[in-house]
Design a protein around this ligand. Structure first.
Ligand SMILES: *[C@@H]1O[C@H](CO)[C@@H](O)[C@H](O)[C@H]1NC(C)=O
Ligand SMILES: *[C@@H]1O[C@H](CO)[C@@H](O)[C@H](O)[C@H]1NC(C)=O
Length: 228
């Protein structure tokens, strides 16, 4: 009897360790292009839709997650056919869009820190290390320059912190959800992440009411906080 109970206990302990480990590993497993684009540097000054704001003080952080099927559908077919993430969309469900340092009490998007430094193109070893989490070299480069430079000294520091946040989240199986409504997505995240505050998650839908992005808000010390 005691022996049986002990065996069961060990089995549970083993399963708990194995399963949590496995969940983390799956997020790291994806196909990676053998060859990246030649030029994926980002230069906000050459873009009419971009601006800089180096005066705004970061007060909190927003981890922005993106739902691959909706992102890919938003692109013209010819672009979808070229995008590695879209051609391999079954491997990339919820991915990271970026981590955004946010100003307190911002009255508009321009009040947030943005494009604080111009940085050189990240190397391919670096890009490939984070590819499963953010499957696009242009995105990895541009989020670092646009948002990361406003709070972090190096790209390594920026992406290792994003990786920690992403790995620490229990991402619900969105693909398996019959009805991907805002409420259902929020509830699934709250159920799977008991410490997450309902005020620290925001879900946004596109014009066709399809799941687009999920924002999780943190203090500068990476504690969940009400999204401002
Ligand atoms: C924006 O960048 C320019 C350099 O192109 C710099 O002179 C200016 O001070 C920056 N403005 C802000 C608000 O960061
Ligand atoms: C690639 O970039 C990272 C981050 O900047 C750096 O630490 C690393 O040494 C670089 N590796 C190569 C092979 O250049």
């Amino acid at each position: 009897m005691v022996g049986n109970a002990l065996t069961t206990l060990w089995l549970f302990a083993f399963m708990a360790i194995f399963c949590s480990f496995d969940a983390a590993v799956i997020k790291d497993r994806c196909p990676i292009p053998s060859q990246l684009k030649y030029n994926y540097d980002f230069n906000w000054k050459s873009r009419s839709s971009e601006w800089n704001n180096t005066n705004a003080q970061p007060a909190s952080l927003q981890l922005v997650l993106s739902w691959t099927p909706t992102f890919c559908q938003s692109l013209p077919q010819s672009v979808q056919d070229k995008e590695f993430q879209c051609r391999n969309s079954q491997y990339f469900g919820i991915v990271v869009h970026g981590l955004w340092p946010q100003a307190a009490k911002a009255s508009s998007v321009r009040a947030h820190p943005r494009n604080c430094r111009d940085e050189k193109q990240l190397n391919s070893t670096f890009i490939k290390r984070f590819y499963c989490m953010m499957p696009d070299e242009d995105l990895i480069q541009s989020q670092w320059e646009k948002h990361g430079t406003c709070y972090y000294k190096t790209a390594t520091e920026y992406y290792e912190n994003i990786e920690k946040l992403y790995q620490s989240l229990n991402i619900p199986d969105i693909a398996a959800m019959k009805s991907k409504t805002k409420t259902n997505v929020v509830n699934a995240f709250l159920t799977q992440n008991p410490k997450l505050l309902s005020s620290a998650i925001q879900v946004s839908m596109n014009a066709e009411n399809q799941l687009k992005e999920i924002k999780i808000c943190y203090t500068l010390n990476y504690q969940y906080v009400r999204c401002s």
